[in-house]
Design a protein around this ligand. Sequence first.
Ligand code: ZN
Length: 418
Amino acid sequence: MAPEFGWNDYAGLDVEGKTVVMLVNDPGFATKDETLFKGNAMTYYGRWTYKFEEAGRQGAAAALVIHQTEPASYGWDVVSGSWTGAQYDLVRPDGGASRTQLEGWLHLDTATELFKSEGLNIDKAIADAASKDFKPFTIGDAQLKANIVQSVKTTTSRNVAGGIKGTERPDEYVLYMAHWDHLGKNETLEGDQIYNGAVDNATGTAAIIEIGETFVEAGAPERSAIFVAVTAEESGLLGSAYYGEAPLVPLNKTVGGINIDAMLPLGETKDIKVIGFGSSELEDRLKVQLDKRDMYLVPDDKPEAGYYYRSDHISLAKKGVPMLYADPGNDHVTNGLTYGEDFAKEYTKERYHKPGDEYDNSWDLSGIVQTTDLLFDLGYTMANSEDWPNWYAGTEFRALRDAMMMDDMSSKETAKEE
Ligand SMILES: [Zn+2]
């Protein structure tokens, strides 16, 4: 269901007790048609997390996503790697009753076989699904039988938060967020077994601590600020999801949030990269700060991969709070863009989610300082303003934000009447 984009695959469909089989990504990616969804860029509706959640809301018994490498933006190895072994989730108040009983992925070959066995052509079905006239259909008489053997273990981890109270409007909050967890230790590895996570995400954690201290040094702003180091990002954004479910301050009093996740020690750059570019008016505020520094903004270069839906800010965004996720860019002040791109490629290939993501004395921290300083100014000026930056019109979370702000206004009016 994507009301902003005039699309509802569940219209007139009763999936209660059935198995829903879906494709990954959305029709804009499939067709590159700029008038469908956001064209090539993935929307939240294209992300598998949304698809599973929606199938649960619709009362389906099970939900399967057909894996295709291009629209998923990764191969089957990533699916099989992350969907086997222990799976983590929050302890849900309803014990998971609002989810389907089974969530999983189908290999494209298996899905092709399944369609064929019921006399259907999967290529045609995939093509049809990208059309506005598409109507979901039954895959013949196919039935899903599954035997799930599992054991459930409960474990505890913590989000760590601090804040500074505003002088004029202390009940309004600017939020900073960074995940403090990483991948722990792998004793099956030869040599270094410790995943330090120096870039991912000691840089972000250090940054929000520094920004918090700078708020204190600069003097309390008019609004309050809250700094949350969230846990278990690497296990499925669980710390931020928990914060979204049990926020320390009301979400409709949270003016906007800034998430910091993995800043590369590349040195100062001329640019800042905004992941999920085109989301909210926080980007306009960021541009003001960039102009002051003679820097420029670049959208992320693979919007079809949906990176905006893969870090902690999404946990708050899908509750309606405008969230910005920005990283230092690649355009190094003296060495240029290619240098920065090569630096980023080296990190992704050799260090990302490996023991090699480790602090090194050769690091040039000036770019991390630059970005941290910039994100301080962004939040501090917002904390000294009366603005409520919103999602841009027509984006996925705008309706939620508008509704929660209306709730707030009506509760104020009731309070006045009493
Ligand atoms: Zn991270």
